[in-house]
Ligand binder design. Structure first.
Ligand code: SAM
Length: 374
């Protein structure tokens, strides 16, 4: 015969009677009856209480990844036996979001640091502080000069630039502006080949390197420290037959910068002249998310779509005349035996700074674009 299930009130009463009996046994000097497992869990709760932990986590300041960062912290604190209290997840998210937005809006060299420590009050909790950091382009390169082995951007000029220059006339008649010239990787060899070259560079630490190299090799080149976007900046010439923006794209921030780059190009290139630059473009069929676009800026390979480019060019006197894969072109046309130009170049040019994917699964790539000024 099936037994009838006890009513909840009856069940409760029976449990309380059992507990009272066990308690009575304890007061008579007998241990409260517990399984090995229950005792171990109770002890480990006290072990967690006595465990001291602290650390620092640094996250790239990507607004679209704030939920992921909160998950990482949640999981970590839980593993230490100190999960977020009620409302803790939401509070953490709000603090992280504020610091990330602050840093990301100021620079693409941006990160947040979460410093955390187990606290004894409230018991079994973690206290943490979040700080946003950002670094200007000039400061980032000042550090490169101190800590990295030269040549910072490779030792050879870009094959695209060299080949294009040859099509523009006798070198002595071709004026060139190398904007974002870095250490003069393109500007110096072009000047040595007889082109009339001005090198414009934002970071004083890099301007100093180009000027030193020009002096040591007696290369005729004018160097200007300032920003390509600054219309008030006095350049040696008003217009050039060729304007080169090699890897300047590392520092672009969204659609506004892209439009600015192209507007400035149409102002600085003489009619009939060319502007040549590289940029990161999504491959057919890939539509980047906001988080992917933001992370690509942090990775110095800001991602754009063909539609972004078309929109940025709208109404400008510029015509796209060449469009080639950056890595493929340079590998095929650059000096043999010197590939890749730097340890990071292939990863960077193939979009692998953003997606850790095997070769052949790229979602975007660096391309060289040549625009004719109409
Ligand atoms: C990745 S480096 C490439 C340097 C060089 N063009 C080369 O390819 O070897 C990008 C350069 O652009 C410079 N830059 C960034 N923003 C700039 C701006 N607004 N005006 C001028 N230079 C800029 C940086 O300081 C840096 O030297």
């Amino acid at each position: 015969m099936k037994k009838k299930a006890a009513a909840p009130a009856k069940k409760k009463k029976a449990a309380s009677t059992r507990a009272k009996k066990k308690q009575a046994a304890v007061s008579k000097g007998k241990a409260f009856k517990l399984s090995d497992q229950a005792r171990r869990e109770a002890m480990l709760r006290r072990v967690s209480w006595r465990t001291r932990a602290e650390g620092k986590l640094t996250f790239p300041a990507v607004p679209g990844l704030v939920d992921h960062y909160v998950d990482v912290l949640s999981t970590m604190f839980k593993a230490l036996g100190r999960p977020f209290a009620k409302g803790g997840v939401e509070g953490c998210r709000a603090i992280l979001a504020e610091k990330i937005d602050w840093a990301f809006s100021r620079s693409h060299n941006a990160w947040i640091e979460v410093e955390w420590k187990s606290s004894s009050y409230p018991p079994m909790s973690v206290s943490y502080t979040v700080t946003g950091w950002q670094k200007s382009i000039e400061d980032a390169y000042a550090e490169w000069v101190k800590v990295r082995e030269p040549p910072l951007f490779g030792k050879n000029p870009d094959a695209v630039v060299v080949e294009l220059a040859k099509t523009l006339g006798p070198p002595g008649e071709v004026t060139v502006l190398d904007a974002g010239a870095g250490t003069g990787r393109n500007a110096l060899p072009l000047a040595r080949a007889g082109y009339v070259v001005d090198a414009l560079e934002l970071a004083p630490a890099l301007v100093a390197q180009t000027e030193k190299a020009a002096l040591e090799t007696q290369t005729d080149l004018r160097s200007v420290c300032g920003s390509y976007y600054d219309r008030a900046l006095k350049l040696p010439r008003e217009r050039y037959r060729m304007v080169v923006l090699a890897e300047l794209c590392s520092h672009w921030r969204g659609q506004k910068d892209l439009r600015n780059v192209l507007e400035r190009l149409s102002e600085l290139v003489e009619p009939g002249g060319v502007g040549v630059f590289n940029m990161f473009l999504a491959l057919d069929g890939y539509r980047p998310t906001d988080a992917e676009r933001e992370f690509s800026q942090i990775g110095w390979c800001p991602l754009y779509t063909r539609a972004d480019l078309a929109q940025a060019c709208a109404g400008l006197p510029l015509k796209l005349v060449d469009d080639v894969s950056g890595a493929e072109y340079e590998k095929a046309h650059g000096p043999q035996g010197d590939w890749p130009p730097t340890g990071w170049f292939e990863r960077w040019a193939s979009g692998s700074e953003v997606f850790d994917l095997p070769p052949g699964q790229s979602q975007f790539e660096m391309r060289w674009l040549t625009f004719k000024r109409t």
